[in-house]
Design a protein around this ligand. Structure first.
Ligand SMILES: [Zn+2]
Length: 392
């Protein structure tokens, strides 16, 4: 058993002082610091810094030079190690729109990696997140969508079978054709989270999609809509729908580049930290000093440049994913003025709840996995425990 002493414990409801966090693979107890420790306990001194649950990233494509769709044998583990070293103790692997065969192969490899279990010094890979390919060609961002593609039963069945049931989330543009009803029914039957992404929908369409089961919005403000004119009629957009409907959860790219300060604060003010998850949406250059990179799988992806801490299409017409890690997202929220407990919640418990894993992940509570982060007084990451093992 280990014990973290002399730290401020950031729990879902309060910052606790004068407490000791006792854990093995799971959190065993939160004890009064004046109580004697059980015999044989290894103590870790937090030196007065904050102690947080491990970050949970709902949306990540890669890092450390690799994309989750790369065929290289070591790619998945390398990405999991890179993000773990930056405090992400659990994540969902996101696939980008790409040729069908690359998606099929990628999903199969990811399923195998989930089956193998957490690699040494790596994050827990909890599920597969399909970002597309059923996205709107008119709000595509940097994704390589060529014409609408409609979800069909054949493709959905094949993807789900290859994933061994590990697909936990599907993103789509709900304004696309009849295939969306089929997708909604497919996801509902299997407990898959549906999210509105890269969409040109207006608020009416987004709210109708919510009724069909699209309860989440992928990177709000990025490839989503706000109030706009269609012909001579003014419509509200996806952003207004997200604010109007309390049941909708959202994610924001927290790299400090995609979302300005006022927008992040507005989103927290309206939705509350319970409904806002911060994500990296990290691409392969995250955690490297590359100045050029590839968005998506290495042979079929899109060449991009990396400058000013963000990936961009070479003509600078669009951002092409972030190069952030979750420690950057957490610090960005704090720098923007989000209160500590809210910033922590949006990087931990809120994403865990959205993904349906909060019984194990996302909070410093007895019985949860011992995924624990130690920070210094400037919120620099000093230590990472995953399942009780110190990996940094
Ligand atoms: Zn993405």
């Amino acid at each position: 058993m280990k014990a973290i002493v002399n730290g401020a414990l950031v729990t879902p409801d309060a910052v606790l002082f004068g407490k000791t966090l006792l854990f093995d693979e799971r959190i065993e107890a939160i004890a009064d610091a004046r109580d004697p420790l059980p015999a044989g306990v290894e103590t870790v001194d937090a030196r007065g810094g904050c102690v947080l649950p491990g970050f949970v990233d709902l949306h990540v494509h890669g890092g450390g030079g690799y994309d989750f769709l790369d065929p290289d044998p070591g790619a998945i583990d390398a990405i999991l190690r890179l993000h773990a070293a930056h405090g992400t103790t659990a994540l969902f692997a996101t696939t980008l729109t790409c040729p069908d065969e690359i998606l099929y192969d990628g999903v199969e490899r990811l399923a195998a990696a989930i089956g193998r279990g957490r690699p040494e010094n790596g994050s827990d890979l909890l599920g597969i997140h399909l970002e597309g390919p059923w996205l709107s060609p008119s709000n595509v961002g940097a994704q390589a969508v060529k014409g609408e593609r409609t979800p069909t039963k054949r493709v959905l069945d094949r993807l789900f079978a290859l994933s061994g049931g590990r697909i936990s989330r599907i993103d789509a543009a709900p304004e696309l054709s009849a295939g969306i009803d089929l997708l909604a029914a497919f996801a509902k039957e299997r407990g898959i989270l549906l999210s509105i992404a890269h969409s040109a929908a207006n608020a009416e369409t987004a709210l109708a999609a919510y009724e069909k089961g699209f309860t989440h919005i992928t990177h709000l403000y990025c490839s989503t809509t706000t109030e706009h004119k269609e012909g001579q009629t003014v419509h509200a957009g996806i952003v207004e729908a997200a604010y109007l409907e309390d049941g909708i959860t959202v994610e924001l790219i927290g790299d400090g580049k995609h979302i300005p300060r006022e927008t992040m604060l507005l989103c927290f003010k309206i939705k509350g930290a319970d409904k806002v998850a911060l994500v990296t949406d990290a691409m392969r250059a995250a955690g490297t000093d590359a100045t050029t990179s590839i968005l998506g799988e290495k042979k079929t992806g899109t060449p991009v440049v990396v400058e000013d801490g963000v990936a961009k299409l070479p003509d600078r017409s669009s951002f092409a994913g972030s190069v952030a890690t979750m420690d950057v997202c957490f610090k960005t929220a704090l720098r923007y003025g989000v209160p500590l407990c809210d910033a922590a919640r949006s990087c931990t418990l809120t994403p865990a709840r959205i993904a349906g894993v909060s019984a194990r992940k996302g909070s410093l509570e007895v019985g949860r996995d011992a995924d624990i982060l130690l920070f210094d007084g400037n919120f620099g990451l000093q230590g990472v425990f995953i399942g009780g093992d110190r990996i940094r």
